[in-house]
Structure formats: C-alpha cells, structure tokens
Design a protein around this ligand. Sequence first.
Ligand code: PLP
Length: 337
Amino acid sequence: MMLSRLPRRSYTYAETPIERLDRLTDLLDGPNIYIKRDDLLGLAGGGNKTRKLEFLIADALEKGADTIVTCGALQSNHCRLTLAAAVKEGLKCQLVLEEGPSTSYDADANGNNLLYNLLGVEHIKVVENGTNVIEEMNILGEELIASGRKPYLIPIGGSNVLGSVGYAACAQEILHQTFKSGLVIDHVVVASGSGGTQAGLIAGFHGNSASVKVSGINVSRSNEHQIPVIQDLVQKTAKFLNVPFTISEDSVNCYDDYVGGGYTIPTDGMIEAVQMLARTEGILLDAVYTGKVMAGLIDLVRQGKFAKDENVLFIHTGGSPSLYANHTLFNKDLFKI
Ligand SMILES: Cc1ncc(COP(=O)(O)O)c(C=O)c1O
C-alpha cells in the first residue's frame, strides 16, 4: 500500500493520540480498553470525516472544482466538516439535508446546524425524509454546471473508495503508533454507518498484513443490509490500493443489536454510555454514533466477548458538536458515579 502516491491535503498536524481508558477499564473489569482520539482530528470540531476529506478534497482540487456539494441528515457531522474543508481551501460549499422521519429543518437549531451558518454555507437544500438525496445532489450539480460553476460531488458520509482510503491510512497510523509504544491491539471497535470508516480500516490492516479484528457497531441498518455494503467497499478499496483481498464470510464483522429504533433514535444504552465516558474519563461522545458504539462495546464486555488480557481499541469518530442540539436527551441519569 503506497498511500503517498495519492494526492492528499493535510488537515491534522500530528497522529491522533491512543490512550488507555484506565478508569473505564477498571469499572467494566474486562479487557484493556484504549481509545483512538479521532475526535481531535483537524477542521472545525474534528471527527472521522476529516481523514476522508484529505483525499476527497485533494481530488476535487486536482479536477479544478470551485464548489463542493454533499449531503447528509439535518445534524450531519460530515456536512459540517466538508464545509469546513471547503472554506479552508477557498471553495464554495452547498448542502442537501434530509429531514428525519419525525424531525424537520429548523434554521435556528443548535449544534451542527448553527455551525453550517457560522462557517458560511453557500446554500442549503432541505428535502423530505425518504427523498433520494443522491438524485437531489446530482440536480444541484447540474444547476451549478449550467451557471458556469465546477461542482465536485461527495457522497453521503464521504464513503466512496477515496474516502475509505482515509481510514486505510488510519490503520497504518495505528500500526505505526503501536509499534513505537509496543502495544498489540487485538480488536478494533468502530461505528458502521455509511461504511467508509470500517471498510477503510479493514482494507488498511489487511494491506499491512496485520491481523487486527475490526468490529463495526451499526448505527442505522440491520446486518442483512450493512454487511454487503461494507464487503463491497472493502473489496473496491483494496483493489484501488492494489491490496490482494479475497472477501470471505468472516472478513466483515458487524453488530446490529445497538441500533435501537433506528438512525438518530436514542437508546438507554447510548445515554448510559455517553454519561459513563463523560463521568469516568471526561470524554464527550455523541448521541447518534459514538454513544451507540460505546453502548455496544460496554455490552460486549459485559457479555464476556473479550478475554481479560486482550487490548481493545475504540475509535472515537467524533460528533460531539451535535450534543448541543440533543441536550434534553441527557436529562435522565442512567449512569451515576
Ligand atoms: C461522528 C460520526 N461517527 C461515525 C460515523 C460513521 O462513519 P461511516 O459513515 O464512515 O460509517 C459518522 C458518519 O457520519 C459520524 O458523523
């Protein structure tokens, strides 16, 4: 894997830390739990999309784009970070935002919504829940071309092959860091949404011949729908990176037990997990992604799925800016110290 051959912008000036979560490890009395602080990546508010955008925006610049168009849910971290990257590069940015099944767009909402405006979004197109957002992005792209602009379209979550390469690079970073510190990671636990993060990690570890098991905790879909998405993206990313990879039944491991009622719908496990990390480690998670992933990790530890001497690495993919739009969720105390 020769990632240095690919055009890339650099938005973070150091490796993100890997820290042992001492107090959480003691509390759960399970394996050694470590965290990779990708919430501390560069661009406004940090999070996993920054790594994907390093490759996606470099491609947009190579192609001479002047406007970035992307899409997401109302409180999309991906949209916030894509906009921030566009601002940094002197590009315009337009967003397609899909309303939720029971949430509609509120121009005055807090969290990422506030940041879209603060970061100077050029245009937001709001579409109803269930709309084909890719089609809507294509329409926006055609309109921009007709007005003489050069748009570059980034799919939902930045999860195409180039975006996934960002997480193949992260796998290399983890191996480099753990080589220096002499830590052997047995298991990685990460969010599985649009899939680029999990797929990139699997392709990246494989491309480095490192047998690290990567488990995705689904945030929206059942395994029946999620696993084929990840398998497809792993295969395409590996091919793009010239990594020989034959997908097998157990190449992709996902858990769909922590989605609850669906994407963005809170669960008690998520509330407990967000409060537990805040109150034991002083680390902020979010309600939609990392809270559900940590709820999954806590439950897997409680079920005894990991040996006590194993080292488990939780990837903190960011998202805490959306907490400020979801504050009422945490009125009930599900974890007391
Ligand atoms: C904070 C956060 N974590 C995890 C994810 C999921 O990552 P992926 O879409 O690559 O599966 C997202 C996606 O938007 C996110 O915003």
